[in-house]
Design a protein around this ligand. Structure first.
Ligand SMILES: C[S@@+](CC[C@H](N)C(=O)[O-])C[C@H]1O[C@@H](n2cnc3c(N)ncnc32)[C@H](O)[C@@H]1O
Ligand code: SF4
Ligand code: SF4
Length: 354
C-alpha cells in the first residue's frame, strides 16, 4: 500500500454506530455530516495541490448518508482515496462502491481492530463487532482492496499485540499500524489508559514485532520520538484535516478531543467562510507556533522525556487536558520524573532497531 506524500483528510461525519471504550471523539451524539457541495468546493480548490490523496475518517464515515455519492465524486474528479472504518457496515459498502475496486482510485481501507480475539475486540468496541470487522477484511481481500489494520493499544488489549500480528498475517492484510491510546476523560475514568512508562514498552514491542514478522508493522503517530520539532505528517506539512462541520484543524488526533467543543484551540479556520488558501496560510502559523514552543523549551533545557510523546505535547499546547485536574493521581498527571529514568534505558535499547 502506498504512503501518501500529501493528503487532505475529511471527517465526513460525526455520527457513529459504536461507542468504543477508547474513542477520542467527544461528541459522537451529534449527527453532523459534511455536505457533498462543501466537499466538492474543497476538491475544486485542492486541484492547486496537484490532486492530493483524500483520506476520510469520522465518526463512522460509511454512515454519511451520501457516502456512495462522495466516492462517485472523488472518482469523477480523479482523486485517489482511502477511508478508516470500524468495518460494521461493509457488506452494504462493498455493494455500493465495490465496482471501484481495482480501478486505480480506491487505494485501500484502514479497518480498526482492537483485539486479536472476539472477547477483547468486542470488550473495546461492542458485541458482534469483531466478526463484522473480520468479514470486512475478507471482503476487501476478495476484491483486491489493500487493507491496513489499525490497533490502538490500551489496558484492555495490551496483551494481544503479537496475536494481532499473527491474525493479520493469517488474513493476508497489507500492513499493521499500532497506536497508543491517547488519554481521554472516560479512558482515565475507566482506567484503560496505560501509564507513560508502559508506552515505552509498547513502542519497543512494536519495533520487535516489526523485525520478527514479514508483515509490515508500523508505529502510528504518537509514539516516543526524539526528533526535536515535527513528528507527524501534519507538522511536516504533509497533510490537512477538515472536521465534520468544515473547519480546518491542526490534525485528526486533536479534533474534538478533551471536552473543548467549539472553543477548541486547534480549530484554525472555517472553510465555509474562508478559502482553503487562506485557511492553510493560517495553519502554517499555528504549526510554526508549535515548532517554536518546542524549540524554546528544548533550548531552555526543559524538553522532558514525556514531551517526546509529541501528541501529548500538542495536547498540552492546545489546552486539551483541562479535564485531567479531576485525576490528580493518574500517572499521566504526576509528570515526568518516573518516566525520565526509564527513558534513558529505553532510548539505548531503541537504537538497536534503527
Ligand atoms: C476516530 S476513528 C474514526 C474511524 C472509525 N470510526 C474507526 O473507528 O475506525 C479513527 C481511528 O482513531 C482511533 N482512535 C480512537 N480513539 C483513540 C484514542 N483515544 N487514541 C488513539 N487512537 C484513537 C480509532 O481506533 C480509529 O482507528
Ligand atoms: S473509535 Fe470509531 S467506531 Fe469507535 S466510537 Fe470512535 S468513531 Fe466510533
Ligand atoms: S497531536 Fe501533534 S504530533 Fe500528534 S498528530 Fe497531531 S499535530 Fe501531530
Amino acid at each position: 500500500m502506498q504512503s501518501y506524500d500529501f493528503f487532505i483528510g475529511f471527517e465526513l461525519t460525526r455520527h457513529c454506530n459504536l461507542r468504543c471504550a477508547h474513542c477520542m471523539r467527544d461528541d459522537l451524539d451529534l449527527t453532523a455530516n459534511l455536505p457533498i457541495e462543501f466537499i466538492q468546493s474543497i476538491l475544486e480548490q485542492a486541484t492547486a495541490y496537484n490532486k492530493p490523496h483524500i483520506a476520510m475518517t469520522g465518526g463512522e464515515v460509511t454512515l454519511h448518508p451520501q457516502f456512495g455519492e462522495i466516492i462517485d465524486l472523488l472518482v469523477e474528479m480523479g482523486y485517489g482515496f482511502h477511508f478508516v472504518t470500524n468495518g460494521t457496515t461493509f457488506p452494504k459498502v462493498m455493494q455500493r462502491i465495490g465496482p471501484y475496486a481495482g480501478g486505480g482510485y480506491w487505494k485501500g481501507v484502514s479497518i480498526s481492530l482492537d483485539g486479536a480475539t472476539e472477547e477483547t475486540h468486542d470488550a473495546v468496541r461492542g458485541a458482534g463487532v469483531f466478526k463484522k470487522a473480520l468479514n470486512a477484511i475478507a471482503l476487501c481481500r476478495a476484491k483486491g482492496v489493500p487493507v491496513t489494520i489499525q490497533m490502538v493499544v490500551n489496558r484492555l488489549n495490551r496483551h494481544e499485540m503479537r496475536q494481532m500480528a499473527e491474525l493479520c498475517t493469517r488474513m493476508r492484510v497489507n500492513q499493521l499500524f499500532i497506536a497508543h491510546m491517547q488519554p481521554t476523560p472516560h479512558g482515565l475514568r475507566d482506567d484503560i489508559v496505560l501509564p507513560p512508562e508502559d508506552w515505552l514498552k509498547v513502542d519497543e514491542e512494536v519495533l520487535q514485532l516489526g523485525q520478527t514478522f514479514r508483515l509490515p508493522i508500523y508505529q502510528s503517530a504518537g509514539h516516543y520520538d526524539m526528533i526535536p520539532l515535527s513528528h507527524c505528517k501534519f507538522l511536516r506539512n504533509g497533510a490537512l484535516n477538515i472536521d465534520y462541520v468544515g473547519r480546518l484543524t491542526v490534525c485528526c488526533q486533536l479534533s474534538n478531543t478533551g471536552g473543548m467543543g467549539d472553543e477548541a484551540r486547534d480549530v484554525v479556520a472555517d472553510l465555509n467562510k474562508v478559502t482553503l488558501a487562506e485557511g492553510h496560510a493560517r495553519l502554517l502559523d499555528v504549526y510554526n507556533d508549535v515548532h517554536k514552543a518546542r524549540l524554546h523549551k528544548m533550548h531552555a533545557g526543559g524538553l522532558q522525556g514525556m514531551d517526546n510523546y509529541h501528541c501529548w505535547f500538542c495536547m498540552k499546547h492546545f489546552k486539551k487536558l483541562n479535564y485531567m485536574k479531576n485525576f490528580p493521581n493518574h500517572p499521566w498527571v504526576k509528570g515526568d520524573s518516573e518516566v525520565n529514568r526509564e527513558v534513558a534505558d529505553h532510548v539505548k535499547r531503541m537504537r538497536a532497531y534503527q
